[in-house]
Ligand binder design. Structure first.
Ligand code: FAD
Length: 448
C-alpha cells in the first residue's frame, strides 16, 4: 500500500497533463488531475483548435471571391460572426467533454478546481481539500503576457478573442509572432481594418527571413497595416466605446479593439513553487532535466510551463515520455531537433529545421534552393499571390537541413516532408522521388 493518496497528482489538464495522466494510469498508477478552468487546456479551449476553425471560416472570404473565376455565380454573400463563433464554441464544449471522459475512462480522478503545492508531497485544492501524492507533475501551461501602460486594461488577449460579441470594425494587434499574424489574417478576412503594432522591425522571429518578408508583402497588399519599432503610450476609451491609442513612434489611432499577442508567460503564479523549493528560470519557467524532472526529486514539469518549445505536440510528447519514464520503468526523452511548425496566416507558413541564416552560422558551406511560384489556383483566380519554397542543404553531406514554405496548404504539405528531413535524407533522395503532378508540393522534388 502506498503511503500517499495518489501515485501521481497532475496540476493542469491541458495537452501535457492529460497525456501524462492517462498514460501513467494505463501503466498502473493511481492518478488525479486538477484543472482550474476547463479540461483540454489552452490548445483545445482557447488555442490551436478554435483558432484553426476560425482560420477555416476566414478563408471562405477569399474562396468565395475566387469562385467567380472558376465559373460560380453565388449572388450576394454575407458573413455571420455569431454563427461561426457559436459553432466553434460548441465544438470546443464537445472536445472538452471528450477529454474529461477519456480521463475518467482511464480511472483518473478529475478535480475541476485550482490546485497548489502546500508541502512535501502535499497539494491543496481550492475547496480546501488536501491530498498527498508520491509524484507531482506541473503542467500548468502559459498565459498571455499583457503589456502594462496607462489604459492597457482596455485591451484583450487571445483568450477573449474567441468570445467577441461582434467582429471589431478596426482592430489593432500588438506583437509580431505567430498568434499576432494569425489573428491579423482572421480578422482581415472577416472584414475588419487590421493593423499590427510591433516594438521591433522583425516579424515571426525564428522563421526564415524570406518567408516573413513574403508574408509581410502579401499582408500589406491585402490591406493589413504594420507599425514597426512602435510601442504603446496609452489607451483611452471614448464615449462611443472606441479606443484612442497613443503610440510612441507613430501617429495616434482610433480603433474598436486592441488585442495583445505579445508572447506567453509560464503559468506559475501562486503554485507554491517556493514552498516546494522548485528552481525557476529568468522568466519564471520551471527548470527541468531531459526527463522533465525539476531539482526536487518527486516533482516534474512538462509543456509550456517549462518554456522549452511552446507547442501542443511537444507538450504531449513530454507528458508521454514522463509517464513512460516514471511509471513504466522505460526512461525516455524528447528529441527537440527538427520540430516542424506552422503559422496559420493567410497564406500559411510552415518550417522544419535550420533557416538559411542558422545554417550559414552553424554549417558554413550550404546550398540554398528556391522556388518562387504562383500556385495554379491563384493563376486561375487572378489572385496575384506567390508562394515561396526554400530548401537548405548542407554542402558537405548533401543532407537537407531545412525546408521553409509559404503558400496554400503549406502546413499540410510540410508534415510529410518533415519526416524526410528528420530522417536525414539528402537532396539526391528528394531528386530521386517522382513528382505528383500537378501539385504545389512537387516543387520540393524538382528544385534545381
Ligand atoms: P495548457 O494546454 O495551457 O494547459 C494548462 C492547464 O493548466 C490549463 O488548462 C490551465 O487552466 C491549468 N492550470 C493552470 N494553473 C493551474 C492550477 N494552479 N491548478 C489547476 N489547473 C491549472 N500550439 C500548436 O502546436 N499549434 C497551434 O496552432 C497553436 N496555436 C495556438 C494559438 C493560440 C491562440 C494559443 C494561445 C496557443 C496556441 N498553441 C498552439 C500553443 C498550445 O496551445 C500550447 O503549447 C499547449 O496548449 C501547451 O500545453 P500545456 O499542457 O503545457 O498547457
Amino acid at each position: 500500500m502506498s503511503d500517499y493518496d495518489f501515485d501521481l497528482f497532475t496540476i493542469g489538464a491541458g495537452s501535457g497533463g492529460v497525456r501524462a495522466s492517462r498514460v501513467a494510469s494505463a501503466h498502473g498508477a493511481k492518478v488525479a488531475v486538477a484543472e482550474e478552468y476547463r479540461v483540454g487546456g489552452t490548445c483545445v479551449i482557447r488555442g490551436c483548435v478554435p483558432k484553426k476553425m476560425l482560420v477555416y471560416g476566414a478563408h471562405f472570404a477569399e474562396d468565395l471571391e475566387d469562385a467567380k473565376q472558376f465559373g460560380w455565380d453565388l449572388g450576394e454573400t454575407s458573413f455571420d460572426w455569431e454563427r461561426l463563433r457559436d459553432t466553434v464554441l460548441g465544438d470546443v464544449d464537445r472536445l472538452s467533454k471528450l477529454y474529461t471522459e477519456t480521463l475518467e475512462n482511464h480511472d483518473v480522478t478529475v478535480f475541476e478546481e485550482r490546485a497548489e503545492i502546500t508541502g512535501d508531497h502535499e497539494i491543496t485544492l481550492a475547496s480546501g481539500k488536501v491530498v498527498t501524492a508520491k509524484y507531482i507533475l506541473i503542467a500548468t501551461g502559459a498565459e498571455p503576457a499583457v503589456l502594462d501602460f496607462p489604459g492597457s486594461e482596455h485591451a484583450i488577449t487571445s483568450n477573449e478573442a474567441f468570445h467577441l460579441p461582434e467582429v471589431p470594425k478596426r482592430i489593432m494587434i500588438a506583437g509580431g509572432g505567430y498568434i499576432a499574424n494569425e489573428f491579423a489574417g482572421i480578422f482581415h478576412e472577416f472584414g475588419a481594418k487590421v493593423c499590427i503594432v510591433n516594438r521591433s522591425d522583425t516579424l515571426l522571429r525564428g522563421y526564415d527571413q524570406a518567408l516573413s518578408d513574403r508574408l509581410l508583402k502579401i499582408s500589406m497588399t491585402k490591406g493589413i497595416n504594420f507599425h514597426f519599432n512602435t510601442t504603446f503610450k496609452s489607451i483611452t476609451k471614448n464615449d462611443d466605446g472606441s479606443l484612442h491609442v497613443e503610440l510612441n513612434g507613430d501617429d495616434d489611432q482610433t480603433v474598436d479593439c486592441v488585442l495583445f499577442a505579445t508572447g506567453r508567460s509560464p503559468n506559475v503564479e501562486g503554485l507554491g513553487l517556493d514552498v516546494a523549493g522548485v528552481e525557476q528560470g529568468r522568466i519564471g519557467e520551471i527548470l527541468v532535466d531531459e526527463y522533465s524532472k525539476t531539482n526536487v526529486d518527486h516533482i516534474y514539469a512538462v509543456g509550456d510551463v517549462t518554456n522549452r518549445v511552446q507547442l501542443t505536440p511537444v507538450a504531449i510528447r513530454e507528458g508521454q515520455a514522463f509517464a513512460d519514464t516514471v511509471f513504466n520503468n522505460d526512461p525516455r526523452t524528447v528529441s527537440y531537433d527538427h520540430i516542424p511548425s506552422a503559422v496559420f496566416s493567410h497564406p500559411p507558413i510552415s518550417a522544419v529545421g535550420l533557416t538559411e541564416g542558422e545554417a550559414r552560422n552553424q554549417l558554413g558551406n550550404i546550398r540554398v534552393y528556391q522556388s518562387d511560384f504562383r500556385p495554379m489556383k491563384n493563376v486561375v483566380a487572378g489572385r496575384n499571390e506567390r508562394g515561396l519554397y526554400k530548401m537548405i542543404v548542407d554542402a558537405a553531406t548533401d543532407k537537407v537541413v531545412g525546408i521553409h514554405m509559404i503558400g496554400p496548404d503549406s502546413p499540410e504539405i510540410m508534415q510529410g516532408f518533415a519526416v524526410a528531413v528528420k530522417a536525414g535524407l539528402t537532396k539526391a533522395d528528394f531528386d530521386a522521388t517522382v513528382a505528383i503532378h500537378p501539385t504545389m508540393a512537387e516543387e520540393l522534388v524538382l528544385l534545381k
